[in-house]
Design a protein around this ligand. Sequence first.
Ligand SMILES: CSCCC(=O)C(=O)COP(=O)(O)O
Length: 422
Amino acid sequence: MNAYCLATYRSFDEKADFHKKATSIAVGLTVGSWTELPEAQKAQMEKHLGKVISVEVHEPAQGEAISNRYADITIAYPDVNFSRDIPALLVTVFGKLSMDGKIKLIDLSFSSDFLSAFAGPKFGMQGVRDLLGVHDRPLLMSIFKSVVGYELPALREQFYLQAAGGVDLIKDDEILFENPLTPLEKRIEICLEAAAQATKETGQKLLYAVNLTGPTSKLAAQAKKAISAGANALLFNVLAYGFDTLHELSSDPEITIPIMAHPAMAGATYPSPHYGISASVLLGKLMRLAGADLVLFPSPYGSVVMPREENMAIKHALLTDDLRKDYIYNAPVDVQLNLASSFPVPSAGIHPGLVPLILRDFGKDVIVNAGGGIHGHPLGTIAGGQAFRQAIDATIQGKTLQDYAQIHPELQSAIDTWGIRE
Ligand SMILES: CSCCC(=O)C(=O)COP(=O)(O)O
């Protein structure tokens, strides 16, 4: 029996025959031409031919602009046409097609055979929680800010201040690359020293996600160098390197620490309604498939925003247990494929006054993540972390931030600075 991966597109056109368009995609991206083939060759090529699964046309309502005429087209691509890797799948389903008019790839589902080539996140949400020993609340992460051009003692101090405020994870800024002032191994050494100092005081464990950078061919060696130096997590700019690079790293048995995916460059791909790849595929399904343990993405509430519906679709793609429904096309009933979930990290412009909204939308399985919202606290970086922890505590206890702030001056000061969003 042939196995297929499915791609769903939203195609905009004021007058196209979308059924014809669907057929031309299914044929054009697989066997090239069909009707002209002699019958004998058709029999031979049948197993390579794409199939139109559905075409749902949206005709604009009265008063709606004709430019909003579109169809959601789903095509099944035979697995036999491509190898079991993300580049081969993406080039098949959205290679040339991505440049052919107003068309966006809005969903992907995989055959169980294709999916079986991916082990997914090594740690996932549960594994990260186990490393930190925190299972009953959202985690808090802070981001190094002002790192380029600084020396090691400045970074050590910044790390300590973040850690002492009670955060669970600290990540490098994604623009901190290998450099003579704060080289990777030295950075790890001084940050872990600062982490140990803070842990003595707070009793809390910490993960430090060090930025994995450099030429692609040297990344795995660099990751192993980081691990030998004591690193306990990696930050990785996935989209600059490609999903397959993440897959290589996450499936390397010697890379034994969680990988955090940064979304840098994602804005070049998902935001247009007419072009690119949807956020839930780009930052959801593909990140998880390629093995990201934690995934950052813009939230609906902060400084770089994404519509809430798209955010919820990313969350679903990162967390769902129901792979058979969302990831696998036509899976036989006995197929049991598991992918650990990836921790969602909605980010950018997050401050304590947004915590109730974040927890309303994500529940406890989320990492609250802030840079400016911690370092920019009027009482300093330590108070910045404390204000977030207080906002999280208040929200999970069902208390309002206003009430909780009456006996928590750090939270009060954060609210005075940034306000509260209901
Ligand atoms: C757009 S998601 C990535 C967020 C990020 O890396 C970051 O540095 C956000 O910093 P902020 O000061 O806005 O919390």
